[in-house]
Design a protein around this ligand. Structure first.
Ligand SMILES: [Zn+2]
Length: 278
């Protein structure tokens, strides 16, 4: 009877702790083992980032509890934690499971391809200035992202091949204050090394791909626009890995671009204009 009450308590606890989260977590009890599993319904890896360790009573860890746990795309029953009853005669309890948040992408990746050469994200023969570069003063403080000034409706091409994992294109508003930050249309592309590129401020209904599509480098993926937090039509390009220490931040990365006729490679600089001749 006591055990039944405890089990019920655990189930209620886990429902409270795990509600309103995209990845589904659940428990299973088998004899003396209490297991926590997670399902990832997304087409991209999802990271669970726990804020601490579980607090246990008459239970011990059966496996090391990892506070940062990556779940493969479309995967079921990933074991997140397992506890063993230490003494069958005593009552046992999971006093507390730590809170967690979910991040798009695999935050356990330590090494990515830092030498990969990206293509400028527009068509051959076009030339655009980098209005704001890495760590720019307007909106890129502590952020490795690039703003290319370009007229609305410019064809945006994939800077690197990958899988489209997220598309937003319903917005039609832009303004130069942070209040418009959530109104940007964008495309997110997952690369083979786990990094995710995002192309922001796209034109309403201007996206040419959908989630799940594979894109090749150079494919037209969208039309540029002026949606979200902007002070004029431009493309915001950012490449990043999820940061497990901060729920709403990501580790933004500097990326090398092919420039000129395609034989040169460099990091792009603010106020410089880049003609794509390849
Ligand atoms: Zn920007």
């Amino acid at each position: 009877m006591i055990k039944k009450v405890l089990i019920l308590l655990i189930i209620v606890q886990s429902m409270i702790a795990f509600s309103q989260k995209p990845a589904k977590l659940y428990t299973e009890i088998n004899k003396d083992t209490v297991s926590y599993y997670a399902d990832n319904i997304e087409i991209y890896p999802v990271t669970l980032s726990f804020t601490g360790q579980p607090e246990l009573e008459n239970l011990r860890m059966q496996m090391k509890f990892e506070t940062v746990k990556a779940l493969p795309p479309l995967s079921k029953k990933n074991r997140v934690a397992a506890f063993l009853v230490t003494d069958r005669k005593k009552g046992w309890k999971i006093k507390k499971m730590p809170n967690y948040y979910t991040l798009a992408g695999d935050a356990t990746i330590k090494a990515y391809d830092a030498d990969y050469l990206y293509d400028l994200p527009y068509q051959k023969g076009k030339s655009f200035p980098v209005h704001q570069g890495y760590n720019g003063k307007f909106s890129h403080q502590n952020e490795n992202s690039l703003d290319f000034t370009m007229p609305e409706g410019t064809e945006i091409t994939a800077a690197r091949e990958g899988k489209v994992i997220d598309v937003v294109q319903s917005n039609n508003t832009g303004c130069p204050t942070v209040s418009c930050a959530n109104l940007a249309n964008y495309v997110s592309v997952l690369h083979s090394d786990g990094t995710i590129a995002q192309y922001f401020h796209l034109k309403q209904n201007g996206v040419k791909v959908k989630a799940g599509d594979t894109v090749n480098k150079g494919d037209v993926i969208a039309l540029s626009g002026n949606t979200g937090w902007t002070n004029g039509p431009h493309l915001h390009f950012v490449c990043a890995l999820p940061d497990p220490s901060q729920p709403k931040q990501k580790k933004t990365l500097k990326t090398l671009f092919r420039t000129g006729d395609g034989t040169k490679s460099e990091y792009l600089s603010e106020k410089k204009t880049y003609l794509k001749q390849y």
